[in-house]
Design a protein. Structure first.
Lengths: 200, 250, 492
């Protein structure tokens, strides 16, 4: 079961080490109104360790949010997957800094990272810095980062079916965050996340 | 009887520390087509891999002589230059490299190794055209990237095309018939039949009898659990067809 | 008969014999004149005086030098830069002119460029026979001076100015003064400031309104003298609606010392103009133990000034011990667009930190980044990029694809992109992958008779095809060979 940390409420660990064969599923959630500087380092120190790290940040107003994640593959045969999604509006500022580090000889590493952002306003500022630092060759690593807007064709399609613009936007945002929100098993919290989209 | 082209003696081989071939003996004479049949996991693909020198396969015992030379000490490209060709079960994609450039590199590497000059562009193009017509590939085929975006049938036809281009002394067809429709199968069969000559030989590795309806083998071997458990004529194919591999053993 | 005197010391010869691959590593024996070693205001005055420069240019240099003195070397690159003693470098070296025939090119230089495949004689185009055979105009720079610029007359008929930077200062001072440092200010960064203070020569190019340049223009930079640095400056201006394809090449002798190359390239692209800038960087990379090689620390930047303007960068980086280089575009005009296509190969102990910056200012601006890094041996290869979308850049779009290929387990491949967006209607996408060269592909090639080194060359060329296919014909073949040669010894 994925461990969920509500940023601003739960203390997010600064550093986690995963030993041989250990599995960690973790979700970081920042709800509207939360400003914070999060630094997290996960060290994969034993073979066959696996990390699934998810993050979601909803920053529709004046939030200042920085997320700094380092995933270090110190030994081989480990897998890490990261997926971070953010909705940034109003006059908020967000920064995502994510480093995947693969040590020399950490062969057969699989490491993936994605950070996708929706930017909703002129005054908002989004920065994303995904980084790969790789010193072993038998690896499969990738990262992807995007900053974009709500798809207009999608919106038009929904509106042509009679869905009002506001509702259409909300549906799009639900669809945008769903892959991360789905990791939150606590139904009450998940509802709370979806409800807060109306503030965005 | 013609001269022995390939002679395998007591061949043991392993991959990732697991022994797959446990003493294979086989002799192929010039002019012959042999079929190596067997159930999944019998070691058929390992045999093709070892003969062509795949780096991740280790020979632990035995010997292989090809046209009088010790095959096992030769690098994969030296084996190719010596006339050995493997039609891959899963042909590899090489993005960005056109079939023309790929074949040019292959043919000229071989010529260079033989101390010959590079093939003249006009001669090369003529050869490409001729062999493309032979496998019924259209002109744009030459510009396509090696196996990228090819259907299963196209990949196998590409293997046969390359075989025709390189004109090997011994062709090994590893499951070339799997996933082919009848038309493609006929093209493959014609490719092998055209190669038949008193100097050359072929090994068809398969667990179906499909291709063997079109290319009639002179000798049929059954490979099970890393050993050849039975050798016979083409009648073996019918027996396997009727009774499966279970009942066949030494 | 021209008697070429190309001499080599024993060590260089041995290097060449052992390391056939860097065939440009020879030294030309010509009499050269130098300014004294070291850097101070007097040296700058001396360089300026040698070039008979106007006061404003000397003032520009001195101003840059004073800025430089207050700056420190940038350390943010993923590089181990050797300590550079800026007082131990000769900042100006030029082959001596024959006093009796000052207009003629020294035959030894002629032969040097010939040997490098750079024709300094304009090929005569026979009437009626292949009248449109592809031609390339060359500005050939040897150490600190331009030796010659070909096809000047032909180009002048169309109003195109193509000459050495020094000549441009004399003949077109207004143009130079207007555009110099308009894209890369003299205090932009440590190495740009150094260049602004001491630059010796380079190329200048102006394409007038509506003119499509009838041939490829190119600069070829050759370092020859030891103990020197090369600091060239290139300025390209494409006026409204004009079109230009520009190529740049470079080589240097093999030496155990590191030599500094700190260039600045500035490109101004006016409304609806189209500039394509291609580089094949083949400076001496050092030996297989990491001794010697060029320190290639350059600033290249263009501005898409007018609406609808377009600037395309293509680079093939195979040489240099260290490469620190980020050809960038400021997308100021509405609907302007830019691309950056790059292949960077590092082998042995080479280090490369290269990429681009795309600054979106105008509306509906577009940029595209395709980077292919290939690391082998003990090398380090990093992509570093910035995509910045300013608040007013409505509808801006960027797409970046950065792939890294590793050959062997002792090298590093890194990707450091930054995306900064302040515009809700912009779309910025970045993707990156890192993987090793496929053993299946290698074996497949081997089975077809293609040996390991050729197979690596073939696979890498295929991997880089999207970038290589952007190069002008004249460059493409050379670049393909170079990729192969650069990776020699990387497998086996």
């Amino acid at each position: 079961m994925a461990k969920v940390y509500l940023i601003g409420k739960d203390a997010v660990p600064g550093r986690i080490s995963l030993g041989k064969g250990e599995l960690l599923d973790m979700v970081l959630v920042a709800l509207p109104g939360v400003s914070a500087d999060i630094g997290l380092e996960v060290d994969l120190d034993g073979e066959n360790a696996e990390l699934n790290l998810y993050g979601l940040y909803l920053c529709p107003n004046e939030e200042r949010l920085n997320i700094n994640v380092k995933v270090a593959h110190n030994v081989g045969r480990c897998t890490s997957r990261q997926l971070f999604k953010g909705i940034v509006g109003g006059r908020s500022r967000t920064g995502f800094y994510g480093l995947i580090y693969v040590a020399k000889d950490a062969q057969q590493t699989k490491a993936y990272q994605e950070n996708h952002n929706l930017q909703l306003s002129e005054e908002a500022k989004v920065e994303t810095r995904p980084q790969l630092e790789i010193y072993a060759d038998d690896v499969e690593c990738s990262h992807g980062a995007t900053v974009g807007k709500l798809d207009e064709q999608e919106q038009f399609y929904m509106r042509s079916r009679g869905i009002p613009e506001d509702k259409a936007r909300e549906l799009q945002m639900i669809s945008f965050i769903s892959s991360v929100a789905a990791q939150v098993e606590d139904e009450t919290l998940r509802e709370k996340i979806y409800d807060s989209l109306s503030e965005c | 009887m013609s001269e022995v082209l390939l002679e395998i003696k007591g061949l043991h081989a392993e991959v990732e520390g697991k022994e797959i071939l446990k003493g294979v003996d086989l002799a192929i004479r010039r002019g012959e087509v042999h079929a190596v049949m067997g159930p999944n996991g019998a070691g058929k693909s390992t045999l093709s891999a070892v003969l062509t020198g795949r780096p991740d396969y280790t020979v632990t015992a035995g010997s292989v002589t090809f046209a009088g030379r010790d095959l096992l000490t030769m690098s994969p490209e030296e084996r190719s230059w010596a006339g050995l060709f493997l039609s891959f079960q899963y042909p590899i994609e090489i993005p960005g490299v056109s079939i023309t450039n790929f074949m040019k590199a292959a043919i000229n590497a071989r010529r260079k190794a033989a101390g010959q000059e590079e093939m003249k562009p006009a001669e090369f193009l003529k050869l490409m055209k001729e062999k493309m017509a032979f496998v019924q590939m259209k002109g744009e085929f030459a510009k396509r990237e090696v196996n990228v975006g090819f259907s299963g049938g196209e990949k196998k036809r590409n293997e046969i095309f390359q075989m025709a281009m390189l004109d090997p002394t011994l062709a090994i067809l590893d499951e070339t018939d799997s996933g082919l429709d009848v038309d493609a199968l006929k093209i493959v069969a014609q490719g092998v039949n055209d190669l038949r000559s008193p100097e050359k030989a072929a090994i068809i590795v398969t667990h179906y009898q499909k291709l063997l309806e079109y290319v009639v083998p002179d000798v049929v071997h059954v490979l099970k659990e890393g050993r050849i458990v039975r050798t016979g004529g083409r009648e073996l194919v019918d027996i396997i067809e009727k009774e499966g591999f279970e009942k066949i053993d030494g | 008969m021209v008697n070429l005197q190309v001499t080599m010391d024993d060590k260089t010869l041995k290097n060449i014999l052992e390391r056939q691959q860097y065939k440009e590593g020879f030294v030309t024996d010509v009499e050269q004149e130098y300014v004294p070693k070291g850097l101070n205001e007097d040296i700058i005055r001396l360089i300026s005086a040698k070039k008979e420069e106007p006061q404003w240019l000397l003032d520009f240099r001195l101003d840059a030098f004073r800025k430089w003195q207050k700056m420190t070397e940038p350390s943010w690159g993923h590089l181990k830069l050797p300590k550079i003693d800026y007082q131990d470098i000769i900042y100006y070296a030029a082959p001596k002119k024959d006093s009796e025939r000052p207009k003629e090119i020294d035959p030894a230089l002629m032969e040097t460029f010939n040997k490098l495949g750079i024709p300094l004689r304009e090929r005569e185009v026979l009437a009626g026979v292949k009248a449109k055979e592809s031609q390339v105009a060359v500005d050939a720079v040897f150490d600190s001076v331009s030796v010659t610029t070909t096809f000047r007359k032909t180009l002048a008929e169309k109003g195109i100015i193509f000459c050495s930077f020094s000549e441009a200062v004399k003949e077109h001072p207004d143009l130079v003064r207007k555009y110099l440092a308009s894209v890369v200010p003299s205090g932009d960064n440590f190495f740009a400031a150094l260049n602004s203070a001491v630059f010796s020569d380079g190329s200048f190019c102006y394409i007038p309104k509506g003119v499509k340049c009838p041939m490829e223009l190119s600069s070829y930079f050759r370092i020859n003298a030891s103990g020197t640095g090369q600091f060239e400056r290139t300025l390209i201006v494409a006026d409204e609606g004009s079109q230009l394809s520009y190529m740049e090449g470079c080589t240097a002798p093999m030496r155990d010392e590191n030599q500094l190359h700190a260039a600045v390239v500035e490109i101004v692209v006016e409304q609806d103009a189209d500039v394509k800038y291609s580089t094949v960087q083949n400076w001496y990379p050092g030996d297989e133990n990491g001794r010697g090689g060029i320190l290639n620390l350059v600033t290249k930047r263009g501005i898409c000034k007018g609406s609808g303007s377009h600037l395309s960068w293509t680079q093939v980086e195979t040489g240099s011990a260290i490469t620190w280089k980020y050809p960038s575009t400021i997308l100021k005009g509405d609907n302007s667009s830019s691309e950056f296509y790059s292949v960077a190969v590092t082998n042995n102990y080479q280090q490369a930190d290269t990429g681009t910056k795309m600054i979106h200012i105008g509306r509906n601006t577009r940029s595209r980044i395709v980077s292919k890094g290939i690391s082998a041996g003990h090398s380090e290869n990093s992509y570093r990029g910035l995509v910045k979308v300013n608040p007013g850049a409505a509808g801006a779009k960027n797409f970046s694809q950065c792939d890294s290929l590793l050959i062997g387990s002792n090298c590093g491949a890194h990707t450091f992109p930054v995306i900064q967006s302040s515009c809700p209607t912009a779309i910025v996408e970045h993707e990156a992958t890192t993987s090793k060269i496929s053993e299946n592909q290698l074996f497949y090639c081997n089975q077809r008779g293609i040996g390991p080194e050729d197979a690596v060359g073939l696979i890498v060329n295929g991997y880089a095809k999207e970038v290589l296919s952007r190069l002008p014909m004249e460059f493409a073949v050379e670049a393909q060979k170079l990729l192969q040669v650069s990776l020699e010894g990387s497998v086996g």
